[in-house]
Design a protein around this ligand. Structure first.
Ligand SMILES: [Ca+2]
Ligand SMILES: [Ca+2]
Ligand SMILES: [Ca+2]
Ligand SMILES: [Ca+2]
Length: 481
């Protein structure tokens, strides 16, 4: 059809060009764990649509016939909110400040949540700063001329979202976002992630202790691939890989932060024991979001967990006065014994067995644990305005049944403990002081079935971490059927 139009209306010369531009019929991006995240600012024709009416489709040719299939999509609304400060649990609270109280403080763009003091987005429709997310693997090919539109949508409201892999020439896919007429579920009958936020004390707004913790939780995220448990803000204490033949035991002691090895004056336990507040707890079909602030004298320091079907992204925004150094590492549990630790600097691997190993201090680009318990890839990167931070960051590694360094919290051993030690004084990062620096850490954890041939892990993990460093390129355009 498209070629005939070209010949009739535009002449023979254009036929070659149009043939070269034939719509690509399938999604050729091979990043199954990657989300595609865009914002309302790139979807102007959908701005003003109720989030519950934003739906998505893939287009594929089946036997030459255009076929539209609905795919899960999620709108996560965002709003500006002041951080505030906890003036006391009984202090009257207002929406629009993360702590619900406190005098004038800086504001930041936050995920909106009517069940926290951040509150609902003042604009209840899709607006420029709201995020729209679907999984790259759910995309399809490009809908060519004559493909028509899916049923159940507002005619002419479609936006083509193209996502391309900058590491693989020509690998690209598409999804089509639409406003529905009201009869379609944006989840498309799917639910990739299940998040239960459970405070032991009761409902958040009624029972949280903003001024002084702890605030115990039995919260957890479950997907077909993994389960993660959280026992408080900053306390991520259980990882179970559920994919394939993984045994499903809890291999994690904790995701840990300290100023330095063997120094427990500040740790996740003291963060949870100090002041703090939740930003958002969101459980959608595509991802869950768990975001909170408050780490002792950094009351606005923030951690946001973005939990997808196969992967957890942990974003940490340091907002604190000058500190001497910082660590971010994973301490595994005795149940991780029998796994093999590998990294970009130790690709051959060492045994996770409670006996120390010759792992150097060069910071790796990826780390991995693999064994009958499951497979974990992790990537830990920092973006910062502090000069020389990367050069001063080294690998911290301990595999000791009886550790020489204090545990600070958790169990009594350090099993395959591995991560980053920023051995550099960090200037003030608190935006309530002028002239502040920025430090943002991003740790991405991928969970998967045990790999039958673990010698392939270095190649797989290197490719995965290179993908993380080179995100999909996302472009949007109005779709004219
Ligand atoms: Ca908004
Ligand atoms: Ca909105
Ligand atoms: Ca060992
Ligand atoms: Ca431990």
């Amino acid at each position: 059809m498209r070629r005939m139009v070209g010949i009739t209306a535009l002449g023979v010369l254009l036929v070659v060009g149009l043939t070269a531009c034939e719509p690509q019929p399938t999604n050729t991006v091979t990043r199954p764990s990657s989300p595609v995240v865009t914002t309302g600012s790139k979807l102007p024709s959908l701005v003003g649509t109720a989030p519950g009416r934003v739906v998505a489709f893939r287009h594929t040719l089946v036997g030459g016939e255009a076929t539209w299939t609905q795919i899960p999509v999620q709108v996560d609304e965002r709003r500006m909110a002041a951080f505030g400060y906890p003036n006391g649990d009984s202090e009257p609270k207002v929406s629009g400040k993360v702590y619900g109280a406190g005098n004038a403080t800086p504001a930041a763009l936050q995920y909106a949540d009517p069940n926290t003091w951040v509150g609902a987005d003042p604009d209840p429709k899709l607006d420029a700063d709201d995020q729209v997310v679907f999984m790259a693997a759910d995309g399809g090919g490009q809908a060519g001329e004559g493909s028509g539109e899916p049923t159940g949508v507002v005619p002419g409201s479609g936006v083509a979202v193209r996502f391309a892999d900058p590491r693989a020439e020509g690998q690209q896919g598409w999804a089509y976002l639409y406003a529905s007429t009201g009869g379609l579920d944006p989840a498309a009958g799917q639910d990739y992630v299940d998040y239960d936020f459970v405070l032991t004390s009761g409902t958040y707004k009624d029972t949280y202790h903003w001024g002084t913790g702890p605030n115990p939780e039995t919260s957890r995220v479950v997907t077909p691939t993994y389960r993660i448990d959280f026992t408080d803000r900053w306390m991520e204490t259980s990882w179970k890989v559920l994919a394939g033949s993984a045994t499903g035991v809890d291999v994690l002691d904790g995701h840990k932060n300290q100023f330095a090895p063997n120094y427990c004056g500040r740790s996740n336990a003291t963060f949870a024991g100090g002041e703090g507040a939740f930003v958002a707890n969101i459980d959608g079909p595509v991802r869950a979001i768990r975001s909170y602030i408050g780490a002792n004298s950094g009351p606005s320091s923030q951690r946001t967990h973005l939990l997808y079907r196969d992967r957890e992204d942990v974003i940490t925004n340091l907002r604190v006065h000058a500190i001497p150094a910082i660590m971010d590492f994973l301490d595994y549990s005795v149940a991780a014994k029998g796994m093999t630790y590998r990294s970009s600097t130790v690709p051959g691997g060492v045994a996770v067995d409670g006996t120390d190993d010759p792992v150097g201090t060069a910071l790796p680009t990826w780390e991995s644990l693999n064994g009958p318990q499951g497979r974990i890839f992790t990537s830990n990167t920092f973006s910062t305005s502090v000069p020389g931070l990367a050069a001063a960051t080294t690998e911290y590694y301990r595999d000791q049944t009886t550790p020489t360094d204090s545990q600070c919290w958790g169990d009594t051993s350090m099993i395959g403990a591995s991560g980053a030690f920023v051995q550099k004084a960090i200037p003030n990062t608190d935006p309530s002081s002028s002239g502040y620096a920025t430090v943002t850490a991003k740790r991405v954890n991928l969970f998967a079935a045990p790999l039958a041939n673990p010698s392939k892990i270095p190649a797989y993990a290197a490719d995965w971490s290179a993908d993380l460093a080179t995100p999909l390129e996302v472009t949007t355009s109005d779709y004219q059927p």
